[in-house]
Design a protein around this ligand. Structure first.
Ligand code: NAD
Ligand code: ZN
Length: 378
């Protein structure tokens, strides 16, 4: 089959690789019809992780079931399914508690949490390919409704960024009627904004510096804050009459590639603490690579952040962090899409065949104007 293969920093190509196949009775084999490029892929694409050459990218996957193992009895051939990016068994102690983001069986012993096509997240090949093997298929596959084929660009967001944005808002503790500031207007930040709007925020502010991304935020009723035009903290303070936002989300993560981005690991975290009111809450889904051997300075090499814990403590705030547990939210968000209450595909800038992936990676990585979210259709 054809798949997008990693060959070293910023080097990917579509290669012929051995077909994905059923290996265990609990496996489901999916023919991928939609698979996204994600900001998380860039951590590996840019060579900031120990992602091995020869591995296949892709953790935001949707497709049609073409074969099931003997022990699979709920998911059937012909089903259109979304596969959460977290690979999870469903029965370990963490999965039993709903913590599918920290499954104890899907990674090496001693490591919790796994994903398709990811560094340090288990051996699983990604889905930027013609076929994907989904282990523990009955547990993992989310069956999609009849309109799945027509609304693929909406449903494909269920495997990661829509639930991840939702989780960021959830961790911030936001209640209806509150204000919230989101740092990062990339796909994840825009999904956090969509989630906050859907959940009844009175005021949603999105901080970024790319006009195309800020425009998308504005389209769903969020207030765009361009941090190239002055301190985002001052702008938030002005918009909230000096009080600060009730809640905040970090949807940037460590940005080694962006010369204007996080000067150190904690730039956005410190700005968030300053932008959010006393006793407010923050949800951090932006990825902070524990170790960045290729990073620009000693600090990033140590994987540490100059986080101003003093200010955070002084303001009595709370913060949630980590990978999102997709299965906690995906069935509810599926219903919102099915009922046409939300349309997460509004961020999609490009629908491309798999062959378009190498070029798309280059442009998405460079944050080229108009390259917000790429959906590949192998
Ligand atoms: P992205 O890199 O396209 O988006 C980041 C955005 O932040 C960009 O638009 C950039 O201009 C903006 N930005 C950079 N520095 C900034 C700053 N100092 N202030 C405000 N904005 C700034 O990627 P994405 O796909 O939106 O992903 C965002 C983050 O979320 C990544 O770190 C990704 O790995 C992470 N992520 C986490 C999870 C999870 O489960 N926790 C899931 C998916 C993605
Ligand atoms: Zn992703």
């Amino acid at each position: 089959m054809k798949a997008l293969v990693y060959h070293g920093p910023r080097q990917v190509s579509v290669d012929d690789v051995p077909d994905a196949r059923i290996e265990k009775p609990t496996d489901v084999l999916v023919r991928i019809t939609s698979t996204n490029i994600c900001g998380s892929d860039l951590h590996m694409y840019e060579g900031r992780t120990d992602f091995e050459q020869g591995r296949i990218f892709g953790h935001e996957n949707l497709g049609e079931v073409v074969e099931v193992g003997d022990a699979v009895d709920k998911i059937a051939v012909g089903d259109m399914v979304s596969a959460p990016f977290n690979v999870s068994c469903g029965h370990c102690e963490n999965c039993e508690h709903g913590l599918t983001n920290y499954c104890l069986r899907a990674n090496e012993p001693g490591l919790a949490g796994a994903a398709y096509g990811f560094a340090d997240m288990g051996p699983w090949p990604g889905g930027q390919a013609e076929y994907l093997r989904v282990p523990w298929g009955d547990f993992q596959c989310l069956r999609l409704p009849e309109d799945a084929r027509e609304k693929q660009d909406d449903y494909v967001m269920l495997s990661d960024i829509f639930p991840t944005g939702w989780h960021a808002v959830e961790m911030s503790g936001m209640k209806p009627g509150e204000s919230i500031v989101i740092y990062g207007g990339g796909p994840v930040g825009l999904m956090a904004a969509l989630s906050a709007v859907t959940r009844g925020a009175a005021q949603v502010m999105v901080v970024d510096r790319h006009p195309d991304r800020l425009r998308l935020a504005e389209q769903i009723g969020a207030i765009p804050i361009d941090d190239s035009q002055g301190s985002p903290v001052d702008q938030v303070m002005e918009l909230t009459k000096g009080r600060g936002a009730d809640r905040g989300c970090e949807c940037v993560g460590y940005q080694a590639h962006d010369p204007q981005g996080n000067e150190d690991n904690a730039d956005t975290l410190n700005k968030l603490v300053s932008s959010v009111r006393f006793t407010g809450g923050i949800g951090t889904v932006g990825v902070f690579v524990p170790q960045d051997p290729g990073g620009p300075d000693e600090l990033s090499q140590q994987g540490k952040a100059r986080f101003d814990f003093g200010n955070f403590w002084f303001k009595g705030q709370q913060m949630g962090t980590g990978q999102a547990p997709i299965k906690r939210y995906n069935r509810h968000l599926r219903s919102l899409i099915a009922a046409d209450k939300v349309k997460p595909s509004w961020i999609v800038s490009h629908d491309l065949p798999l062959d378009g992936a190498p070029e798309a990676y280059k442009r998405f990585d460079a944050r080229e104007d108009g390259w917000t979210k790429v959906v590949l259709h192998p």
